[in-house]
Design a protein around this ligand. Structure first.
Ligand code: FEO
Length: 401
């Protein structure tokens, strides 16, 4: 763990969790993560912005003491999830006079999960300001990035925006700032895909709300700090937009190679047509990579054999994930080989995508019995042509004309 100054009187205290493999027992973390807390010293009051994940509390308190701070007046909680709020009780023990500053929703979540007494909270509303003397904190409620309680804190005098989960990345790295932008972009995109994508419409709205703020630095709760705010804001504007790219994702499973033949044929065909294609073998797959590919994809072709009167369970899982993540995808189809009773494969996949049915256009599936032959490849040619035509016809809002 390390404390580093962003500006005089503004200190980043970052817990680097190099070895964490999974978040919430769900989200793969191939590059670990960080939990960032910030200290803001005003001429009269001192505030902490968020804290850290409880397994690192002792280390965090040591670093906090090393900053030389003798008094904490406010602990701002931008979000109630415990990787940010979990050390609040320990900080309150050290600084019993401190108040936990947060919105009503977040207060409720913290009070439900942590031993923080009601009189320890100072509740703030959207747009409200809290003076630290020569510095002030302004709070903007940004619900659903990714919980209903989320907010961001703006330090106007220094043009720093503290965003907690919003705009963050799961990236354990030694740098304070996002210097290697290609690496940070990849981590931030994966983070967006796995955590933020279901809330695209909220993100669009929050980006508009925050647009008038003059921002020099974005200090998130995970990953490096952005000294070039437009870097991450532009990426979020693109990812959260309604405009998909001409990209095709093919999550597949093949038991005896027949479905794989169809996947290979379809991949080559679409590549010949100039489309960007990513086939994913879903057996033992990193679901984060699939989520990542779904961020901008216009088209998803599920490829599955029939197993026990339905798709392979790994394809069920891919369809379930897609439905939950709510990407901007417009076109879906199903291909695959079956031994007997294959029609149910397509029907069951479509049923799994009910949350997306108003935005999706289903293209004619290609399901064949056994080894794919001439007829099957003709049908795949026709599906590839439909995919190409649908992608060419997308207008600028991503809807096929
Ligand atoms: Fe980083 Fe939603 O917690």
């Amino acid at each position: 763990m390390i404390a580093r100054e962003i500006k005089p009187g503004i200190v980043s205290m970052s817990t680097i969790d190099w070895d964490r493999k999974l978040f919430d027992q769900l989200v793969p973390l191939p590059e670990g993560t960080t939990y960032n807390s910030y200290l803001v010293k005003g001429s009269e009051k001192t505030a902490l912005i968020d804290t850290t994940y409880p397994p690192f509390t002792a280390e965090y308190l040591e670093i906090l003491k090393e900053t030389g701070v003798s008094k904490v007046d406010y602990i701002v909680a931008n979000h109630g999830e415990q990787d940010h709020s979990g050390s609040i009780p320990a900080v309150l023990k050290l600084f019993p006079e401190a108040k936990v500053v947060t919105n009503a929703r977040c207060k409720g979540l913290i009070a439900d999960a942590l031993p923080v007494a009601d009189d320890k909270f100072l509740e703030v509303k959207d747009g409200e300001t809290l003076s630290l003397g020569d510095r002030s904190l302004q709070f903007f409620l940004t619900p659903w990035v990714h919980w209903p309680d989320t907010m961001v804190t703006y330090l106007a005098e220094d043009r720093v925006l503290f965003t907690c989960d919003f705009l963050g990345s799961h990236l354990a790295c030694s740098e304070l700032y996002a210097g290697d932008e290609a690496r940070v972009e990849a981590a931030a995109k994966r983070y967006y895909a796995e955590i933020m994508m279901p809330f695209r419409s909220f993100i669009q709205k929050h980006l508009e709300t925050l647009a008038p703020l003059k921002i020099d630095v974005i200090a998130p709760g995970h990953g490096p700090v952005y000294s070039r705010p437009e870097f991450i804001l532009d990426l979020y504007r693109r990812w959260a937009s309604d405009q998909p790219l001409k990209e095709v994702v093919i999550p597949y499973v093949s038991m005896y190679g027949n479905t794989l033949r169809m996947v290979d044929y379809m991949t080559d065909k679409l590549m010949d047509m100039g489309l960007f294609v990513t086939p994913f073998n879903m057996v033992g797959a990193d679901t984060g990579k699939l989520a990542n590919a779904l961020v901008d994809a216009s088209t998803v072709v599920f490829a599955s054999p029939a197993v026990l009167a339905g798709p392979h369970p790994d394809i069920v899982s891919a369809a379930y994930l897609m439905n939950a993540l709510r990407p901007k995808t417009r076109f879906v189809s199903v291909i695959g080989s079956y031994g007997w009773g294959g029609g149910i494969v397509s029907k069951k996949i479509i049923e799994l995508l009910t949350g997306l049915k108003t935005q999706l256009q289903f293209l004619e599936p290609v399901l064949v019995k056994g080894l794919p032959g001439e007829e099957a490849f003709k049908a795949l040619d026709s599906l590839a042509k439909d995919i190409y035509t649908a992608n060419q016809a997308m207008d600028k809002t991503g809807v096929a004309e």
